[in-house]
Design a protein around this ligand. Structure first.
Ligand code: NAI
Length: 427
């Protein structure tokens, strides 16, 4: 690995980025290598366009997934984990999760190993892209999904396994009332859904901090607390607790509104809410997940920042992405705001049927790269990348997955060339 002077550091809650930082990349499986090559070329061109060689990323390749397995026999070699930990910030393409065979998802393992607890997914419309909505241009949502807990913890006891039998025996003995709620106790596979106070609070804290720093107006906590009162209900209670205790003077919660309405009057609550609006406070409210799905599709323009638990976030981010043209253009970041560790990644999978055919859409990874540049504080270079994507799509320059009927689609390399020319033209 490279000299310490090229290493990104995190001190006093701030990222310290040298002019030539070493940033690892994992190309990924399937279409990964194609879209990663494109993305690195485009990021390098944008950086050069703004900083004329004064700043430059030194990319180093790390291996995971099939490429790692064929080299080392391990899907996620220790060296890769060590490299990611050392350099703090990385970008990765999609990784295949082998089905069955007891191999855990590499993505989930990476998030757990680096404690990347916040999955940030911005969803916005790009002019020129097909959308099933009437007014997709009004969508500009940033979703924060908790990334380390919930049913993704991977604590499961398969039907008829010895672990299942042992777990059920304790369950029956210690919690007979809950045990009686099992509809088919003799053939149930079981899973554990951990949602913690710490995990929920740090995620909501991250969402609110980001919303305030980016002049957003509303953070909506999405949960299923009406049914899962302890876990999802805990998430929303702890979320409000963070908002009310740690952001006093800049946030007004619908929890406070409801309290005032119950203890004083509707008029007093309305007055409080109007005062908060006048002062430009961030509003924190909550919504039950099923209602949120309906609203996200019918009235997505009403939402701003969303903070939610792992499974809700998984579904909701894909549903929102579909509203603006699909996963091929939606970027993602996995972050830990306490250590500075971050992995930027495409939100789609390996699309194996497209691999090697030069037809994959690289936009999701390119925009994830723009998020990475923003994270480094290289905002002008990030803006150039986003602008070039906006212009390309608005002109109808796009890959086959997005192309309108009758309009010729670009290949991956054709799109890359178009982007590189556009970026060079901005120099
Ligand atoms: P997928 O995202 O690979 O494919 C779903 C559909 O979207 C397919 O029709 C595919 O052709 C299309 N698609 C995806 N990316 C595209 C792109 N950039 N350009 C054009 N079309 C694109 O999801 P699928 O099929 O469920 O998963 C395939 C593999 O990817 C699995 O092994 C899965 O575990 C893995 N995966 C990895 C992820 C990651 O590394 N973050 C995320 C999701 C899936």
């Amino acid at each position: 690995m490279h000299a310490a002077s090229n290493q990104i550091q995190f001190e006093d809650h701030r990222l310290i980025v040298p002019a030539n930082p070493t940033i690892p990349f994992i190309a990924g499986d399937g279409i990964g290598p194609e879209i990663m090559g494109t993305t690195r070329d485009i990021l390098d061109a944008a950086i050069h366009c703004v900083y004329h060689g004064q700043r430059q990323v030194h990319w180093v390749e790390l291996f995971a997934g099939e490429a790692a397995f064929s080299r080392t026999g391990s899907w996620l070699p220790d060296e890769t984990l060590a490299g990611l930990k050392q350099h703090l910030v990385a970008i990765k393409g999609p990784l295949a999760t082998p089905v069955g065979g007891g191999i855990n998802s590499i993505n989930v393992t990476l998030r757990r190993e680096l404690d990347l607890y916040a999955c940030q997914r911005p969803v916005r419309f790009f002019s020129g892209v097909k959308s099933p909505l009437n007014q997709p241009e009004k969508i500009d949502v940033v979703l924060f999904r908790e990334n380390t807990e919930d049913v993704y913890a991977g604590i499961e006891f398969g039907e008829n396994s010895p672990e299942n039998a042992a777990f059920l025996a304790v369950f029956k003995d210690q919690f007979p009332q809950q045990y009686d709620r099992l509809r088919f106790p003799n053939s149930s596979a079981l899973g554990v859904k951990p949602i913690s106070r710490e995990g929920s609070k740090r995620l909501v804290r991250a969402a609110i901090s980001w919303a305030l720093a980016n002049h957003r107006h509303r953070v909506t906590l999405v949960h299923k607390g009406n049914i899962m009162k302890a876990t999802e209900g805990g998430f929303v209670r702890w979320g409000y607790e963070v908002a009310e205790t740690e952001f006093t003077g800049s946030v007004y919660t619908m929890n406070a509104y409801k309290k005032t309405r119950a203890e004083k009057s509707e008029t007093a609550a309305q007055k409080e809410r109007e005062d908060a609006d006048t002062k430009g406070f961030l509003i924190v409210d909550d919504m039950i997940a099923d209602a949120m799905f309906q609203a996200a599709i019918l009235r997505p323009q009403e939402f701003d920042v969303i903070a939610t638990t792992n499974l809700n976030g998984d579904y909701l981010s894909d549903a929102l992405a579909a509203c603006v043209g699909g996963l091929g253009i939606s970027p993602g970041a996995n972050l830990n705001y306490e250590t500075g560790a971050a992995i930027f990644e495409a939100t789609h999978g390996t699309a194996p049927e497209m691999a090697g055919k030069n037809v994959a859409n690289p936009v999701s990874l390119i925009l994830s790269g723009a998020l990475l540049l923003n994270y480094l504080g290289w905002v002008k270079a990030a803006d150039i990348v986003v602008k070039a994507v906006e212009e390309a799509l608005a002109q109808g320059s796009m890959t086959a997955d997005l192309a309108q009927p009758g309009v010729a689609a670009l290949t991956t390399s054709g799109f890359t060339e178009h982007m590189l020319n556009a970026i060079k033209g901005k120099a």
